[in-house]
Write a protein that binds this ligand. Structure first.
Ligand SMILES: *Cc1c(COP(=O)(O)O)cnc(C)c1O
Length: 381
């Protein structure tokens, strides 16, 4: 059996190696390392794939969030509502811009923003909402967008984990996640579903004025060369990364299918397991399985039980991860920062119980059988 990894980018690379190597060599030969042709090509291809008017490539997913928030003319102290149960980048950027992160709960099934808690958290200072499509499944966007509309709020979708995911509206029409709110952001960090061979990110919008502004902000606030109209930053996608992403985007749907196939295998193996709950699949959302995350069900001390499972799997050379061991509202970085947070029983409950199994495009049946057998062995003991 091939060694089991949390993410296997190497095997994936070897399947498209000659195309990738040629594309990289072409960039080397052209020496257009900054804003080369591939950057424009990739942005255009991604706009087509997502059916969105504007795609702005940038340096990483954290910058994408920062640039999006900078474009909204928010003032220090303005409140931005986001789930506590997410990767830290989502909330860190809010605080970095001297805005006030307001933490809300997630739904214990979908792991995504709870619309009822969102509505409770809105105050006259609220300016924006940042839902996260966590682990590869969409947040309930219909509800979130209607709450945003009612209160006149911006919505920035953090789509770093769900690129390619389809959201189905109640009428049956579909949109890709990241194109439903006013702005969407994503990351091409190597382990993401559409991963580069280094850092990368992108921003999406249908709004011409916001697109122009975000392009400017990402390029030192420059309107024309050496004329800088607003305070911006320097955030670019390397041409080499863009050239690789042009190739990998063509495979994204096939990568998603491979992840879903692995998830289906896990689901079947754990269907009758009383100790673990398999990921909930929302009717309104496709699931692109950035992570396959189980919830420990039942034991008196779930953290101890989970640590035991993690160790048992490690002893069998199976990696597993806790995404995320500390929720935003308990991170030390916010100790001396203005945040709004109430008790978060659901988030705390999940934080003690989630565990993610290996999930990537290259898992084969032999590996999946070995993993599921070992998980079953531990959880039936
Ligand atoms: C990965 C990730 C980011 C940040 O992306 P980087 O490219 O690493 O800066 C932001 N939000 C979420 C939910 C992520 O998973």
């Amino acid at each position: 059996m091939r060694p089991i990894q949390m993410v296997d980018t190497k095997t994936q690379y070897h399947k498209i190696k000659s195309q990738v190597d040629n594309a990289v060599m072409e960039v080397m030969e052209s020496s257009a390392f900054i804003n080369g042709k591939a950057v424009q090509d990739f942005a255009a291809d991604l706009s087509t794939y997502l059916s969105i008017k504007h795609t702005i490539a940038c340096a990483n997913g954290t910058d994408a969030l920062q640039i999006a928030m900078m474009a909204l003319d928010l003032q220090p102290g303005d409140e931005v509502i986001t789930p506590s149960f997410t990767y830290i980048a989502t909330t860190e950027v809010i605080a970095l811009l001297r805005l006030t992160p307001v933490f809300v709960e997630v739904d214990p099934g979908s792991f995504c923003m709870d619309p009822a808690d969102l509505e409770r958290a809105i105050t006259p200072r609220t300016k924006a909402i940042v839902p996260v499509h966590l682990y590869g499944q969409a947040a309930p966007m219909q509800e979130i967008m209607s709450i945003a509309k009612k209160h006149g709020l911006y919505v920035i979708e953090d789509n770093a984990q769900a690129i390619g995911c389809d959201y189905t509206f109640p009428g049956g029409s579909k949109k890709k996640t990241g194109t439903i709110g006013h702005i969407g952001t994503t990351s091409f960090y190597p382990s993401k579903n559409l991963g580069a061979f280094g850092d990368g990110g992108a921003i999406f919008t249908a709004d011409d004025a916001l697109a122009e502004k975000m392009r400017m902000i990402a390029n030192h606030g420059q309107s024309k060369r050496y004329y800088h109209d607003v305070v911006g930053c320097n955030s670019r996608l390397d041409t080499v990364q863009a050239a690789i992403l042009v190739i990998k985007l063509k495979h994204l749907d096939e990568y998603i299918a491979a992840r879903r196939k692995a998830a289906d295998f896990y689901d079947r193996a754990f269907a009758n397991n009383k100790r673990i709950k398999v990921p909930f699949r929302a009717g309104y959302s496709h699931h692109v399985f950035h992570q396959y995350t189980l919830v420990i069900d039942g034991p008196e001390d779930p953290v101890k039980y989970r640590d035991g499972l993690n160790r048992f799997l490690a002893d069998n050379k199976i990696p597993s991860m806790i995404y995320y061991p500390v929720p935003g509202h308990k991170q030390k970085m916010f100790d001396n920062v203005s945040v709004v947070s109430r008790p978060m029983p659901v988030t705390d409950w999940l934080t003690q119980r989630v565990i993610s199994l290996p999930m990537h495009t290259e898992l084969d049946e032999e590996q999946l059988k070995f993993i599921t057998d070992k998980v079953t062995e531990y959880t039936s003991g």
